[in-house]
Ligand binder design. Structure first.
Ligand SMILES: [Zn+2]
Length: 339
């Protein structure tokens, strides 16, 4: 039996020496020291020995067990250390390598222009309001003084869902919706997407964005309108910008005007950018038509107001000198990265 014990001892030490992973060490532990392991079975044979030999044999088994345990622990420590070394070597950082560049996103030129316009008007005490893109024709037309039969209602003007519902052709219906709520005074801008059944070219798109403005209060006059838009133009295009109001016609304002700003490239002298005009058209505006106030439940004898509408793309195109509106919708990274 002593011989067998020596054999087992040699066997286990040999196996431990040869093993190259923690899994194998574990297998060895089970094979020799486990409940059904070889050492355990040798212990079971102890009953065949003479009683006086048993303590000595037990001592031998214990020594051998301790030897095996020690060898296992030593092998385990060696492997763990080697694994840590390998891991550290693999994770070593070469500080001389150039850093990875992280692409950071940024605003679309439309969004940058909108943020700028909102900043200017919020600074003047305006509220930013939104309205539905799918709208009743009543809000898009009737309540804005565009009765049935008016040429602006032409089927070509927008996309109709049915006779009553359409994709709004302007942000102006938000005016009617806010006025109807009856909370006065009103100082608001309403940015949003609008639709026209236009073909796509350098200056047209079936979907684009407008920013509507509306002020209703007592004693609001054309002077307030002119002062407000003049200040807006100066903040948007520069302190030296001048404005020019030209009489125009819109159904829901009376009187109405189109507003030009002095060319911020040539200062009004005339250049290629302003087509030698010295002026660039930026928006339409006017005093809210008394009939519109009345239809929305506001007494035109007590209250007056002004409204304006500006194309967001128009501002982005002017501010960033973009020569084709389609660039704003194509999401070409090479174009967008410039802003
Ligand atoms: Zn110019």
């Amino acid at each position: 039996m002593n011989d067998e014990l020596s054999r087992i001892t040699e066997d286990i030490l040999e196996k431990i020496r040869k093993s190259d992973s923690l899994e194998k060490l574990n297998e060895i532990r089970v094979e020799f020291l486990g409940k059904k392991g070889r050492i355990t079975s040798v212990m079971k044979n102890m009953k065949d020995l003479a009683p006086e030999e048993r303590p000595k044999f037990g001592q031998l088994v214990n020594d051998m067990r301790q030897k095996a345990e020690a060898a296992l622990e030593e092998a385990k420590a060696r492997m763990t250390a080697a694994a840590r070394e390998a891991k550290l070597a693999a994770e070593e950082i070469d500080v001389t390598l150039p850093a990875k560049k992280r692409a950071v996103g940024h605003g679309h030129p439309n969004q940058i222009a909108l943020d700028e316009v909102e900043r200017i008007f919020v600074g003047m005490g305006y509220e930013v309001v939104e309205g539905p893109e799918v709208e009743y024709q009543e809000y898009n037309f009737t309540k804005l003084n565009i009765p049935e039969g008016h040429p602006a209602r032409d089927e070509q003007d927008t996309f109709y869902i049915n006779d009553e519902i359409l994709l709004r052709s302007q942000t102006s219906p938000v005016q009617a919706r806010v006025m109807e709520q009856g909370k006065l005074p009103i100082r608001m801008i309403a940015p949003g997407r609008v639709f026209r059944s236009d073909n796509i070219d350098a200056t047209h798109s079936p979907s684009f964005h407008q920013i509507e403005g509306l002020v209703v209060d007592k004693h609001i006059t054309m002077t307030d309108l002119k002062g407000t838009l003049d200040q807006f133009a100066k903040e948007l295009f520069g302190e030296n910008t001048k404005t020019r109001f030209r009489p125009h016609h819109f159904p829901f304002t009376e009187p109405s005007a189109e507003v030009d700003v002095s060319c911020f490239k040539c200062g009004g002298k005339g250049c290629r950018f302003c087509k030698n005009e010295g002026w660039i058209e930026i928006l339409g505006c006017g005093m809210v038509h008394p009939h519109v106030l009345e239809m929305c439940g506001i007494d035109p004898e007590k209250y007056t107001g002004f409204a304006f509408g500006v194309g967001l793309e128009r501002i982005a195109i002017l501010k960033y000198e973009i020569d084709d509106m389609r660039l704003l919708y194509e999401n070409d990274q090479r174009f967008l990265d410039q802003f």
